[in-house]
Design a protein around this ligand. Structure first.
Ligand SMILES: Cc1cc2nc3c(=O)[nH]c(=O)nc-3n(C[C@H](O)[C@H](O)[C@H](O)COP(=O)(O)OP(=O)(O)OC[C@H]3O[C@@H](n4cnc5c(N)ncnc54)[C@H](O)[C@@H]3O)c2cc1C
Length: 508
């Protein structure tokens, strides 16, 4: 059904043609509804953007990785005829801390025994506490007030004894949550939401959320859905105002067009709501989700080489550089081995003022040093995307949306609650895999159910809504769980000293 006149009354207008909005639209069209999608950009896919360029094949410059527990996005991709491949894991990874470089295999970084025990204890503690945070109402967790009064960083600082464990825990979680002013309660929610610390941080199959990629490029999911919905999408149509009336909503766009719909489904990051005016205005608790002051910005970079030089040195291309220009990197080998590259994440708050050429040169030099392969200073191509800076367009929101201390216990609401005829999808509105493409798909299912319910339409597809369905939890193994913490080690050592002293004393 093609989008026709702007005065037509649509059943539903979906705002945002990212994975979440497009999937919601796809489900609503299947239910026989008259749907229109308004997208601010000239393309689909939002933050899961794949650059298609013959010189590099394709580059996933936004959301790119999947894990096997992300069942809904995998099901969606497979239904569109797309294939996944496992990110190769052969070889050693590099770990750099305080100017010292070490190699390691598997998930365990090369720290001293004490630092390792400390790190393992802190991550396991986070894991254990996260299970006490209910995904449908995190403010009801037994220690919600206490956990919401501190940041994740403060918790890590207090829980770790060693500097190495503190730095690595912060970096590992920073790579995922990015924001330093992240409430401990929200961090625990996010850990629970993603199936545990191990799943959140690992690149290894089967549980790692960075273990799989799509052969045709990540944005193929949205591109394929858009092919089916072609007539329903209006590009470069940015929504600026929503006016709710008794029986319909008026949707006003930047270029002065007014659309009408019985229901509106917003499918983008809540931070972008500050660019839309609402009549009647959004309640305070909804506005609070848009007003969060998040400063984190990541630049995703891809450095291409003639050959995968690192494989000659039994390296897999992955590294953690706690204080490096690029804090985390991973090989971006395509499944046929073409266009070998290293993907790297750069903190834009520190290095965003460089020009693209300066950044490329600095990163190439950095790779030559940490890989200890001089040829890596000589890349054949470079692509990057700064997600915090799109020439002032502001249509992305943020890589990882996090809530500051005090937010959850004050507002006692999850993002995704309907506001009259306006419903909210988008990856940030899912309680499970919040902020990930999987979350976007799950949120779409929930928002579609809300719309159908509002319109009094009996769904043809009676699948259960999996938004709160628990996902497999990847617990630490028995050996990890039996390891003593540094405090326990000190206690054991102290008891040992007392016992030995007592025995020696009796013998004298
Ligand atoms: C660098 C980076 C790496 C990531 N890595 C991963 C990963 O490996 N795995 C993973 O699962 N996730 C990852 N993510 C997150 C993932 O990309 C997002 O969760 C997902 O793409 C969000 O989809 P969405 O549809 O909810 O929102 P979006 O993709 O943001 O789509 C929203 C759409 O709404 C449009 N829009 C916004 N405002 C308006 C308006 N006023 N009017 C009209 N249109 C509007 C935007 O242009 C956009 O197209 C990453 C994100 C980034 C940035």
């Amino acid at each position: 059904m093609a989008v026709q006149a702007d005065r037509e009354l649509f059943d539903v207008i979906v705002v945002g043609a990212g994975i979440s909005g497009l999937h919601a639209a796809q489900c609503l069209v299947r239910e026989g509804l008259n749907v229109c999608i308004l997208e601010g950009r000239p393309r689909v896919g939002g933050r899961a953007w794949t650059l298609r360029d013959p010189s590099v094949g394709f580059a996933d410059l936004g959301g790119a990785y999947y894990g096997e527990q992300q069942t809904q996005v995998i099901k969606l991709a497979e239904s569109l005829g797309l294939d996944f491949y496992e990110v190769p894991q052969n070889g050693k990874a590099i770990f750099c801390l305080n100017g010292v470089r070490k190699l390691f295999e598997g998930d365990v970084p090369p720290l001293s025994l004490i630092s390792l025990l400390d790190l393992s204890n802190c991550l396991q503690l986070l894991d254990k506490l996260s299970l006490q945070v209910p995904l449908h109402a995190p403010w009801t967790a037994p220690e919600a007030e206490k956990w919401d009064s501190i940041t994740l960083e403060e918790f890590v600082r207090k829980s770790c004894w060693t500097e190495a464990a503190r730095l690595l825990t912060s970096l590992a979680l920073f790579a995922v949550t990015i924001e330093s002013k992240h409430s401990m309660l929200d961090a625990l929610f996010l850990i629970h939401s993603c199936g545990g610390v191990r799943a959140l941080l690992a690149s290894q199959a089967p549980y790692g959320m960075q273990s799989m990629k799509i052969k045709q490029g990540s944005n193929s999911i949205s591109e394929k859905m858009a092919d089916d919905l072609k007539g329903n999408i209006r590009f470069e149509t940015r929504v600026t105002k929503l006016q709710q009336m008794d029986s319909e909503v008026e949707i006003h766009t930047e270029d002065g067009i007014t659309f009408r719909a019985r229901e509106v489904l917003i499918a983008f990051c809540p931070l972008l709501l500050k660019h839309i005016s609402f009549e009647p205005s959004l309640p305070m608790s909804y506005k609070a989700f848009a007003d969060i002051n998040q400063k984190s910005r990541a630049i995703k970079t891809v450095m291409y080489y003639k050959r995968a030089h690192w494989t000659d040195h039994t390296l897999k291309g992955e590294f953690i550089a706690v204080d490096g220009l690029v804090y985390y990197g991973i090989s971006d080998a395509k499944c046929d081995g073409s266009h070998p590259a290293i993907i790297g994440f750069v903190d834009a708050n520190k290095y965003g003022s460089m020009t693209v050429t300066q950044r490329r040169d600095a990163i190439a030099k950095f790779y030559a040093e940490i890989f200890r392969i001089p040829e890596m200073a000589d890349p054949v191509n470079y692509k990057e995307k700064d997600w915090g800076d799109e020439d002032g367009v502001e249509l992305s929101g943020i890589c990882v949306y996090t809530l500051p201390p005090g937010f959850i216990t004050t507002h006692r609401m999850l993002w995704g609650k309907a506001f009259g005829r306006i419903k909210f999808a988008g990856a940030e509105s899912s309680a499970v895999f919040r902020g990930y493409m999987e979350g976007g798909v799950r949120a779409a299912h929930r928002a579609v159910a809300q719309v159908l319910n509002s319109l009094d339409v009996e769904p043809k597809d009676k699948q259960p809504i999996e938004e709160f369905q628990e996902i497999p939890y990847y617990a630490f193994n028995i050996v990890d769980r039996l390891l003593p913490s540094v405090t326990q080690l000190i206690s054991i050592a102290s008891i040992g000293v007392v016992l030995i002293s007592a025995v020696v004393y009796r013998m004298l």
